[in-house]
Design a protein around this ligand. Structure first.
Ligand code: NOJ
Length: 676
């Protein structure tokens, strides 16, 4: 046997092909800045593997690729490398709305065209895109005679790290979907988990394993087969099959974001870049907005979703909320419990819901008309209780009904252990269903906020009407959740885990933290931290979740009135996972900047240079800081609100009380001469 070594070196990539009858091959590409290297191997027996190195040392060790199929030979060996293609790509694209306006999409790409050496001679291509800050790869099944329709029993993709690295994770296959408190353990102690999965490596890197462009395929959870061997575990249908596939088909991208510090992960746009450009041509109708809602009162138990003396969604109540929204410049009013079905044991059977019939004490037409007269919009609501087929039956009528009335925002919900009591929310059935809702909504020009969703994989780039989701323990857990609600460390963890997937409808802005109607519960933050959430937690639909009476007369509410939810730029200044984080964002429609900083139980004194501010502008910093005596547990309301004149040459001290935060609006005041 003779080994042939071919080395090609070019400006674009370095290719090393070690060839033996092309059943053994190695091809390497580097990231545009040459720091990351992706190595694809076809080993003896035609078995495919990949590796990811950073500056020559392993980030992901030799890891498997391929599939186990039902009633068919597996697609994981016996391959030859029929061909390969190497390319580069560099563009900057603009988000219609988002956390930044412009995103650079710059990568080197390798596609390997694999073909079985014998038997059915099936073809499987794998495309790798290597960015300066991470890797994405996907399987591409071309149309072919010997592989038309097939069933996936297992995807063999592995992510093999070094032993005993730390990870922040939530368990998969649990009844509360993604609504668990993240645990930090070594990988060796990790359960089967959802992604995004955030890992701190022994070399001091921060990784996030997730996926992009998840369509018509189950979501990937991560299963640990040995201390450091992480493998893809696809969420199955109830019959155990993981995916039903018809060629041509592309799998979602498997993604590994790489950062030198935790804050790098926050501004990593790998997931968005790996999604296709928008399928909605005219996006001018898609508008970020703040909203209030007939909502918190139900969670507090002051009102009910169901009809009766405490029914929350009455015409009268809606008018009060609309008046409040109009007075304070808030665009949307959410109304939950407006439609028939909540009375009849909805928690047992979501099939009772009607999405077009309102309760008699709620006149939707009149409410919408009144809202319009005040420049306010109603945010519609559809709770399905996981009866997604009942929902699909009514979906087009329901969306058309809203559209004809002029309702453009919609919150949906899927509270239930399983869809139709049968299928995981995150399996192929769920992925298909959520996508159906988004496409139907686009047809009727409706913007979506999905609660109990399937996790986001950057689909908002392709479907910009899919604005935000819940998909984690939100604010409501403070009222009725176990474990005393969300601990002060909860959001400082979410920012580095759940939030790496997409915007989140956390529903911030609770001002009455002691919850008089729930004497055993408390919202575990200071008041200033609630304000800081508007900057730290990115969502283009951002709720002011508390009751209007808790806002009236409180000077801190000015920050919620002022803060925007569509950004020109975002910078993560620093942070440690579960400890603290500080983020600054620039308004898309002015020169104003906003800062949000939050901490866990620990008080902190932080200092930042203001060099991110526009250079030639003098700003008034409107500061909402924890009082010196503030404490999330004993004194959450203590806040210092004051102004300070600053420019980009200044720096600021940011004090965070235990469980506290700080919010700052930097109002662009006037242009100043730059001193040399
Ligand atoms: C759970 C959602 O997260 C919450 O926002 C909603 O109020 C209830 N389901 C009822 O739909």
């Amino acid at each position: 046997m003779r080994y042939v070594f071919k080395i090609l070196t070019g400006a674009l990539v370095t290719i090393i092909i070690v060839s033996c009858t092309r059943e053994w091959d190695e091809i390497a590409i580097s990231s545009p800045d040459y720091r990351l290297q992706l190595i694809f191997n076809l080993e003896y027996g035609g078995v495919p593997y990949y590796k990811l190195n950073r500056n020559g040392s392993p980030v992901i060790r030799k890891s498997a690729l391929g599939f186990v199929l039902n009633e068919m030979d597996d697609l994981d060996s016996n391959f030859i490398l029929a061909d390969n293609k190497i390319g580069e790509f560099n563009e900057t694209w603009e988000q219609p709305w988002g956390e930044v306006r412009e995103i650079e999409n710059k990568y080197h790409e390798l596609t390997v065209f694999l073909k079985e050496k014998s038997g059915l001679e099936r073809k499987l291509n794998i495309t790798f895109r290597l960015y300066n800050d991470g890797l994405g790869f996907r399987y591409e099944f071309p149309e072919q005679d010997n592989l038309k329709e097939f069933q996936v029993i297992d995807e063999k993709t592995q992510f093999i790290t070094k032993a005993n690295e730390n990870a922040w994770w939530i368990p998969a296959y649990r009844r509360e979907r993604y609504e668990y408190v993240h645990k930090k353990t070594s990988l060796a102690e990790m359960d089967t988990v959802h992604t995004p999965l955030t890992i701190e490596t022994k070399d001091g890197l921060y990784l996030c394993i997730h996926e992009a462009a998840l369509y018509d395929y189950p979501s990937m959870t991560i299963f640990r087969t040995d201390t450091n061997i992480l493998a893809c575990d696809l969420v199955p249908w109830k019959n155990g099959i993981k995916a039903y596939v018809k060629t041509p088909f592309n799998s979602p991208w498997r993604t590994i974001a790489v950062g030198e510090k935790p804050a790098d992960l926050i501004t990593n746009y790998l997931i968005l870049n790996l999604n296709d450009t928008s399928k909605i041509e005219d996006v001018s109708w898609i508008e970020p907005a703040k909203y209030i809602g007939i909502w918190w009162m139900m969670h507090l138990g002051i009102s009910t979703w169901e009809s009766g003396p405490k029914h929350g969604a009455t015409t009268e109540n809606a008018i009060k909320y609309i008046d409040f929204a109009a007075k304070h410049g808030i665009k949307g009013v959410l109304v939950e419990g407006w439609n028939q079905g909540w009375d009849r044991e909805w928690l047992d059977d979501g099939r009772v819901f009607s999405f077009t019939e309102a309760y008699p004490d709620f006149n939707l037409e009149k409410v919408v008309e009144y809202a319009n007269s005040k420049g306010v919009e109603i945010v519609g609501h559809h709770e399905t209780y996981g009866a997604h087929l009942n929902y699909e039956d009514q979906m087009e009528d329901a969306y058309k009904y809203y559209h004809d009335l002029g309702i453009r925002y919609l919150k949906t919900g899927y509270v239930s252990d399983k869809l139709e009591k049968d299928e995981w929310h995150h399996g192929q059935a769920g992925v298909r269903h959520y996508q159906n809702t988004v496409e139907m909504a686009a047809k009727y020009r409706i913007m979506m906020d999905i609660h109990e969703p399937v996790k986001d994989c950057g689909l908002r780039r392709t479907w910009p009407n899919l604005m935000t989701r819940e998909g984690a323990r939100g604010m409501e857990y403070n009222v009725w959740g176990g474990e005393g609600g969300n601990a002060p460390s909860h959001v400082p963890v979410l920012v580095f885990t759940r939030m790496l997937a997409s915007p989140m409808d956390y529903t911030p802005g609770i001002f009455e933290m002691m919850l008089p109607s729930r004497p055993n519960n408390q919202v575990n933050t200071t008041l200033a931290k609630q304000l800081a959430y508007y900057v730290v937690i990115y969502s283009p639909l951002q709720m002011a979740a508390d009751l209007p009476e808790n806002y009236e007369g409180n000077p801190a509410f000015k920050f919620i009135e002022d803060v925007v939810c569509d950004w020109e730029d975002t910078k993560a200044l620093d942070g440690e996972i579960g400890e603290f984080v500080t983020i600054v964002r620039k308004d898309r429609n002015s020169n104003d900047w906003y800062l949000g900083s939050i901490t866990n139980e620990e008080p902190r004194q932080l200092a930042y240079s203001l060099k991110f501010l526009d250079k030639d502008i003098q700003y008034i910093a409107q500061i909402y800081a924890d009082g010196k005596d503030a404490d999330w547990k004993t004194n959450p309301y203590s806040i210092n609100i004051y102004d300070k004149i600053v420019t980009s040459k200044d720096s600021i001290q940011v004090y965070l009380a235990p469980g506290g935060g700080q919010a700052i609006r930097f109002v662009a005041e006037k242009v100043v001469e730059e001193e040399e």
